[in-house]
Design a protein around this ligand. Structure first.
Ligand code: APR
Ligand code: PHB
Length: 402
């Protein structure tokens, strides 16, 4: 079925970034089309991380898509850190006055798709974008393949929300900053009740492990594995044995593994995140290793800024916010990049096994778990760092929910 061949904002990718942007634009009376290479079923089932900062939950709630999250999301006031046989809790609420919500990314995606479709929104699934052209003109064009046919969509603006392997960034000719880590994460979603009320981050001699959850019946668990590891090397028994050993959690019971996957750990920033009438948002512009749980939060924060900038343009033809889009996002992006790289170094076993590094890591873990000053560094970044707003002379500001 052919769609229209023009729209105001063409959005490549139906992840949290693309869907939330389309939703926020709709609320401002701006028309968009979302083009997604995968099926609806695939994007709704794709298991990803699941930690929302307060600013992200505020954005979902204030834009009218937070109802199920309010019901089913799990509010946490801290995390547990285990290392060298010790267990410590970082109390976010006491240290920062804020907490986090555990709610799977694919649940956010489901809620947004349902709302967009209820509002009559255009999401074209199984539509692969091949290029974004003429981005320096007033009418950039998306070329795509759908139902075996090539076609084009002429837009006024294009948002590249096509994730870490996206094609939108190709046209930008921007600078990229990148780091690859010498390990990956093996993640499983399992039918077993969480063994702990809050997340457990474990720095073990055999490698990092993380215990997260999705509901009182479903746990989400991760193991540090070799960079080029394959799932074939990890039969279920080996996964459970290793989790029990590294998490040192006797009450963790094996359960049916509903999903398993291996994710490389990578940091990337594309700078600037825009050129002409093309704007990147989310993983298309920046990737963080999952240790800091920042990916979805950054994606939502970007599109909040972008939706406001596009709304200002359509309201009054004012360029100012659009011109400063990248700059407005990058301060938060680099804070999250630093935090994610720092958490990764703090908790993972270095495969090169430098004993001096290992001692420094242990010392830092002890510092974080005994000093409020050090714990606050972790806590205020984990719950979402709030930048002082220059406009308000050093007051609090800059979070996604503002
Ligand atoms: N044409 C159409 N769609 C595409 C194309 C293409 N050429 N390339 C990629 N896509 C789609 C992908 O199938 C995916 O659904 O773009 C979407 C990008 O979504 P996400 O990967 O979820 O990225 P984003 O919305 O930025 O959300 C970032 O995702 O990977 C996690 O940790 C990350 O939590 C973060 C979040
Ligand atoms: C998750 O629940 O999937 C999760 C939680 C915390 C992280 C990463 C992933 O740091």
């Amino acid at each position: 079925m052919p769609g229209p061949d023009e729209t105001q904002v063409g959005i490549v990718g139906a992840g949290p970034a693309g869907l939330m942007l389309s939703h926020l634009l709709h609320r401002q009376g701006i028309e968009s089309v979302v083009l997604e290479t995968r099926s609806r079923d695939y994007v709704e089932r794709r298991v990803r991380a699941g930690v929302l900062e307060q600013g992200s939950t505020d954005l979902l709630t204030s834009s009218g898509v937070g109802e199920r999250m309010a019901r089913e999301g799990l509010s946490h006031d801290g995390i547990n850190i285990r290392f060298a046989g010790e267990q410590h809790r970082i109390d976010f609420r006491r240290l920062t006055g804020r907490g986090i919500t555990v709610y799977g990314q694919q649940e956010v995606v489901k809620d947004l798709i349902m709302q967009r479709l209820a509002d009559g929104g255009e999401i074209w699934f199984e539509t692969e974008v091949s290029a974004v052209e003429a981005i320096d003109s007033d009418h950039p064009r998306i070329t795509y393949r759908r139902d075996g046919e090539d076609a084009g969509l002429t837009c006024e603006f294009v948002a590249g929300c096509d994730g870490s392997h996206g094609i939108a960034r190709a046209g930008l000719e921007a600078k990229s900053y990148e780091r690859n880590y010498p390990f990956s994460w093996l993640g499983i979603l399992a039918k077993t009740p969480p063994a702990s009320d809050e997340l457990i981050y474990a720095a073990h001699e055999r490698g990092f492990a993380l215990h997260s959850m999705r509901s009182p019946e479903i746990s989400r668990l991760y193991l540090q594995v070799e960079a080029d590891e394959t799932l074939a090397a990890w039969p279920e028994d080996r996964i459970w044995d290793e989790l029990r050993l590294r998490l040192a959690e006797p009450s963790l019971q094996p359960g049916e593994i509903m999903e398993a996957g291996i994710t490389p750990m990578r940091s990337l920033v594309i700078e600037p995140m825009q050129r002409g009438h093309l704007f990147l948002a989310g993983d298309a512009a920046h990737i963080v290793p999952a240790t800091g749980a920042k990916g979805m939060n950054l994606a939502l924060a970007d599109v909040k800024v972008l939706a406001e900038a596009l709304a200002a343009w359509y309201r009054s033809k004012s360029h100012d916010l659009l011109d400063h889009y990248s700059e407005a996002c990058l301060r938060r992006v680099w804070r999250a990049e630093h935090f994610s790289a720092w958490m990764t170094a703090l908790l993972h076993r270095d495969p090169a096994g430098d004993p001096f590094e290992h001692k420094l890591q242990l010392s830092y873990l002890r510092y974080i778990t005994t000093s409020d000053a050090a714990a606050t560094t972790l806590a205020e970044n984990y719950v979402g760092f709030q930048f002082p707003s220059p406009a308000r002379g050093g007051g609090r500001g800059g979070g996604v929910g503002e």
